[in-house]
Every structure is written in structure tokens, then in C-alpha cells.
Design a protein around this ligand. Sequence first.
Ligand code: BES
Ligand code: MN
Ligand code: ZN
Length: 493
Amino acid sequence: MLDSNSIPSSEVFTVTEILDQKSDVLVAGLTEEGSLSSTLDMIDQLTGGWVKRLVDEGEIRGKTGELTLLASPADTGPRMLLIVGLGSGELDRDSAFESGAMLVRRLGDRQREKVVVALGESFPPTSHDALVAGALAGCEQQAIYQSEPALRVPEQILFHGVSEESLQRGCVIGESINQTRRLVNEPPAVVFPESFAEKATSLFERSSVIVEVWDEQRLIAEGCRAILAVGAGSSKTPRLLILRYNGGGSEKPLALVGKGVTFDSGGLSLKPSAGMLDMKCDMAGAATVVGAMHGIAKLGLKRNVIGFCGLAENMVSGDSYKLGDVIETRSGKTIEIHNTDAEGRVVLADTLDVAIQHEPRAMVDLATLTGACMVALGTEIAGLMTNDQGVCDEIQAAARTEGEPVWQLPMFDLFDEKVKSKVADIKNVGEGRWGGAITAAKFLENFVGDVPWVHIDIAGPAFADGAKPSRDAGATGVMVRSLIRWVENSDVL
Ligand code: BES
Ligand code: MN
Ligand code: ZN
């Protein structure tokens, strides 16, 4: 079967000597204010004032994102020098992450053996792990099925001025993001509910995460009729994946819930081709849960966390669920189906219900849920909706620390009216298209009981149409960093 598992990633190490290494490229940073870092100063002295001259002449300006690759004129030291512009703003975790990712991608035009990254001195130690994570994330690409790699990753990346601890942490975070991205980038014939669950099972083999998979029989026995309804049109049967991590003794767990629609054709409310092309990304919420659980467990965080992934494929056949169907969800609440393309909230109805049975002290769900959220916030910002401002503030704080943009949308009671049904308790769309991100969240709110809950609509930022210097197009792994941070920092309730 089609498989892409042999995509290379760089090996990373810390290093204490900058010049001793027989490196292909030395990477150093330059801020806009123009004073040379100690590494650049050293190179400058080795080369008779070469670097200073280039800076004075305005050839290199240190603007954010400026990447200058130069061949060294000296016969000692590194053959090539990459100067990374660091701008004039705060050198926070996000700029460290971006710098790490950009430098790897800039060097990806040819195979390099050893790259020494002397950026530790430019960033505060609290950002060093983000630098390492960014460099690893920069290795991950969309072109997982091209015969010739589009981007060549260095065999080794050696970080100078970075502690072993930051390196390890950065590796875990970078790998976690890449796990999410790989799951999302795989085509829908490779990642479907059963294979998603298998891939997660093998990822967590020999780890502290306990994996439980509910197959079709178990879903029937558990009364997960909503998940089964969405998956009914597909020959690939649905699954529910439960990932348990116990790092917090007897405390109540945090719950992470993900929408895992492995392909969204829209069902009988069929999407036009253009809108269907990228719908392998509709399991990004579930993949984010897998990536975050991977990070949380590998970092050994002192928390109990349970991940829940509702996995189904939304397809068209004689068995598809239909408009006008009424589904009695696992919770007992009934839903009338007005649009089979609003399937994510239907899958989440049962998934959230399973999650709240574990009595989480707080719950976050992630879903590529609505095009309306993209209309509201664009393609780069995740929408937050909540029944508990305290937990929502925590998520916002975590996202701010990591530099992932999020924005809260309101949950006024007046929206409750819009999901009422004439036949059942609720219907799966609002009145018309206005406020579609919020009506979707209002629908979900019916299934969270009184658990403090934040819904994160990642329809915009989960999957990118175009590449940027720090990231390839395709899956982004958005919110993995922020979720790990939230779990680590949360001492809620
Ligand atoms: N998976 C889509 C939402 C989506 C759209 C994600 C574009 C990523 C990019 C979701 O299942 C969907 O189709 N939502 C509908 C809801 C509508 C029928 C109420 C939408 O947003 O149009
Ligand atoms: Mn849909
Ligand atoms: Zn969908």
C-alpha cells in the first residue's frame, strides 16, 4: 500500500564549539539595530571585517525574515554563512520558532551534512526549545509522494548555546507538530478511520499513553448513533479513539477532543469539487489531539489528560444519512439533519458525550468545523468559543506565549434559538448562513454538560493553500504547541 513513512528528518545535537565542527553552514543572527552577535563578530575578525562591511553598506539589514547565504572568503571556519534577520521586535518564542523553521527551509535547496546554528546567543533561553522545535518543523513538507524530495533536510543540525534540556524539549514539540502534519497530509485512501486508529496505536506503542479503539460493534453497543450516522455512507467504518495519559496521580483529567472526519465529501449535501479537494484535512482536529498527546506524554507533564478522536468518513451511497433524518445521539438528545455537510458537529456530539463521562475538569475540542469561521477570521486565526471564560483565558494565554493567533467569538444566548428544530431537540445547521461558526458551537454546547469547555475552530489555520518561508503548504500542525503549553500551565479549578 501507498506509504510515505521514510521521509527524513534531521538529527539534532547541542554543540559547544562553533568553529571546531567541520560544518557546511554556520547560521548566525543579526538584529535590525545592527550590532554583531558574538558569533558574527568572531567571523568578522576571521575575515578581516567582511561581515561589518556588508552590514555598514546596508547589504545585510537584519530585517525579520531576511536570510542571507554567503560563501565565506576565509580559508578557515565554515564554508558558508547564513545570516538570519531577527528584526527589531521582541525575540519571543514565536520568532525563535519561525527563525528555526526558516533557516532549515532556506538551506533545503541542496543536501547539507552539518549545519551549526549559533542562534542560542540571540534568543533568551526560554525561547531555545522553540528554536529547536521550529527547525524540526521546518523539515516537514507536503511533498510526501514526490520521487525527488522537494526540500532536502540537513543530516545534522548542531545547536550552539542551547542547553540539552531545551534541545530535548524542542525535539519533542517539533516531532509532535510533525506527527499531526503527517497524519493530515496523508491522502484519504491512506488515512481513514481504521488506519488513523492503527497509526495512533503504533505511535503510542511503548509509550505511557494507553490506547483504546472503539470499532463499529463497540460504537453500536455504546449508542454512538451520531458517529455511526455520519459514517454510514462509507465502506470505511467509523472508530472512536481514546488516548489516556496519567501523569497527575488521582486528579481529574483534562480532555482533548478532536473532529476526525478523514474525508468530507459533504455527503448527500455534496460539496462542489473545488470545495472537496482539500477535505482530507477534515481530521486535523483529531490529528492535533494525537500530536498534543504525543508531546504531553514525551515531556512527562504532571497532568492527567485523555484524548478523544471521533473518526468517520462522510461519503455518498445508498446507506448515507439523509436530510430530514433524526438521530438519537448517545446523550439522548435528538438531532434533525438539515445538511449532511454539517457532519463534524454530529460526530462531535457523541465524542463530547463520551468525553464528559470521564468527568474532566476542563475540556477543549478542536475541529475544522465551519467555513464561516474562515469568513469571520481569515485563514490564519483559530476561533475560540466557550462556556467558561476562565479556561478560555488560559487557552488564550497559552496561545499568546507560543505565538499562535486565536480570537474569541461570542456565545450569546440568542443563538440558541437558531439551532432549535421543529421535529427534534436541535437541528444541525443555524438559520441561514450568518454566524455559522457560533451556531456550530451552540450546537456543540448541547453535549458538554456543565464541563468547562473551549471549542477551537481550526478550519482556517489547520491547512494552508500556500507555502511561506517558515512552512510548507498543506497541514500546519496549528495548536499543538498551544495545547501542550496549556496542559503544562493549567492548574485550573
Ligand atoms: N469540514 C467543513 C468545514 C471546512 C471548510 C473546513 C473549509 C476547512 C475548510 C465542514 O464539515 C462543513 O462542511 N461545514 C459547512 C457547514 C454548513 C453546511 C452549515 C460549511 O462551513 O459550509
Ligand atoms: Mn462538511
Ligand atoms: Zn467537515
